[in-house]
Design a protein around this ligand. Structure first.
Ligand code: NAD
Length: 327
């Protein structure tokens, strides 16, 4: 393909993906399924790899998240809230493993966690007290949603030790709460939420904490922003510290000695996923040692020491389309 034709495809893909991102991140109202979005994004990545001169700084491949809603106070993150690279199959996972081994050698372990399908948030505690809670936003600037987050009962207002710490996690709505909410909305003749992720995001990104309080949201914490400052030497120790401080972490995590164990964990969750009380859209794999994480470093968009395996699309994929076609 010549560069002129490629340029047209790249422009079209960038425009459509930017529109989809706006609907998803800003309006909390996706216009296509995640599988459809991911497919177009992969196409764009392939074009940009083939023709790097067409990769612009505002391309969806270079950005984290979406725009910030004006109605919220802006919060500048003390360290960036990044996205994650994706793997869609076993080969993608093995490729990630090869790159990790090339960089740090063969002596390391992974931690596998469920990839919770919710809204990424950050919580700042000062002297043990919750001071501020914010969305990821564009990764650098987020929205101050402290009052809404305070309505989530599993977020402690005070932690065990009187320390200053910033922690990150995923706010979510359970499948059961989502169904009850949409049922109530239907009875009132209101438009339903597309999925629990959008319901959670929509509940936290509105101005009335009383409304958020009614939505029965929950959270899993999965990271400490400045892990190095806490004295721990690995991600798994960081998760144990979160437990000690009184945070809710996800107990399905598993330390894996190699990529074979990672693949077995992923395969297990493809089976068990429907039985969970909340939605997950994949498995996050992280190099455990903090020192090795630092050796691997990050790109502008995502850490090189972690990858998200994305589950193949479920039947919901066609359902969303069907809804669109039938209205
Ligand atoms: P991502 O969802 O692929 O991964 C990064 C996020 O994973 C983190 O920000 C964090 O919030 C979350 N996460 C959940 N559990 C985690 C754990 N245990 N450890 C670490 N992180 C964890 O990346 P993204 O940048 O948020 O966005 C891409 C996603 O949004 C894709 O799934 C894409 O399909 C979807 N999207 C969909 C549309 C649409 O129109 N349907 C538009 C834009 C984006």
């Amino acid at each position: 393909m010549d560069v002129k034709t490629a340029e047209k495809h790249v422009k079209d893909l960038q425009n459509i993906l930017n529109q989809y991102s706006y609907d998803y991140y800003v309006l909390d109202k996706p216009s296509v399924t995640d599988a459809e979005y991911d497919k177009l994004l992969r196409e764009l990545i392939e074009y940009e790899e083939q023709f790097p001169e067409l990769r612009s700084p505002d391309s969806p491949t270079q950005r984290v998240g979406g725009a910030i809603l004006e109605m919220f106070k802006k919060v500048e993150h003390r360290s960036p809230m990044l996205s994650l690279g994706n793997a869609f199959n076993e080969e993608g996972l093995r490729d990630f493993d090869r790159k990790v081994r090339q960089a740090v050698g063969d002596s390391f372990s992974y931690v596998c966690e469920l990839k919770i399908d919710g809204l990424a948030v950050t919580l700042l505690y000062e002297d043990g007290l919750l001071r501020q809670g914010a969305t990821r936003g564009d990764g650098t600037i987020g929205e101050d949603i402290t009052e809404n987050l305070k309505t989530i009962k599993s977020i402690p207002l005070k932690i065990t030790d009187p320390i200053t710490i910033e922690v990150r996690g995923e706010a979510l709505m359970s499948k059961k709460s989502f169904e009850a909410l949409n049922q109530a909305k239907a009875e009132r003749g209101e438009e339903p939420f597309a999925n629990p992720r959008n319901a959670a995001a929509g509940s936290l990104r509105q101005l009335d904490p009383k409304l958020a309080a009614k939505r029965n949201l929950d959270i899993f914490l999965y990271a400490i922003a400045d892990l190095g400052e806490t004295g721990v030497t690995s991600h798994s120790e960081g998760l144990d510290l979160l437990d000690h401080l009184g945070f809710k972490t996800n107990k399905e995590r598993k330390k894996c000695a190699n990529i074979e164990e990672v693949i077995a964990y992923v395969e297990g969750w493809v089976e068990k996923r429907p039985n969970l009380a909340y939605d997950i859209d994949g498995i996050v794999i992280k190099v455990d040692s903090l020192e090795q994480q630092q050796e691997l470093g990050t790109t502008a968009k995502s850490p090189r020491w972690s990858i998200a395996y994305k589950f193949p699309a479920e039947e919901v994929v066609t359902t969303l389309r069907d809804i669109e076609l039938s209205v």
